[in-house]
Write a protein that binds this ligand. Structure first.
Ligand SMILES: [Zn+2]
Length: 134
């Protein structure tokens, strides 16, 4: 139960009112460094007997993103993950299994030689290294 109190504090600190449903979703997505899809969150909630709609799950995940608790990783047009590690980092994505693994930014050196459009600032670089099973 102590764990939920800490999660409630984390939500409040981000300006989110910690309803019971939000806490359930926080428990799944924010308890440890993790990449979750909306479907995985929905499945985990239903396994615990929660009656929750897909729309509520999406709304809550998007709220957590807006408040900086999660960030999205779009690996292809049909697959998006919610990442509890919000600082800049890269990923290895297995296109066969859907597994997403964090990569320390120090392990990828990029040489970028492009001029960004006028009136813009660099806002980050994300590399997704795609792999498949042998
Ligand atoms: Zn990640």
């Amino acid at each position: 139960m102590n764990h939920r109190i800490l999660l409630a504090e984390k939500l409040r600190a981000a300006g989110i009112s910690p309803t019971s449903q939000r806490l359930d979703i926080a428990e799944i997505t924010l308890s440890e460094p993790k990449h979750s899809s909306a479907d995985e969150v929905l499945t985990a909630l239903k396994k615990d007997g929660a009656r929750v709609s897909k729309a509520t799950v999406y709304n809550t995940l998007n709220l957590f993103c807006d408040k900086g608790l999660l960030k999205t990783v779009v690996v292809d047009p049909e697959r998006q993950y919610y990442d509890s590690t919000t600082h800049d980092h890269h990923h290895i994505y297995n296109i066969d299994t859907g597994e997403l693994i964090d990569v320390n930014p120090e392990h990828i050196q990029l040489s970028v030689d492009v001029k960004i459009p006028d009136n813009t600032l660099p806002a980050g670089t994300e590399v997704i290294l795609k792999v498949k099973c042998q």
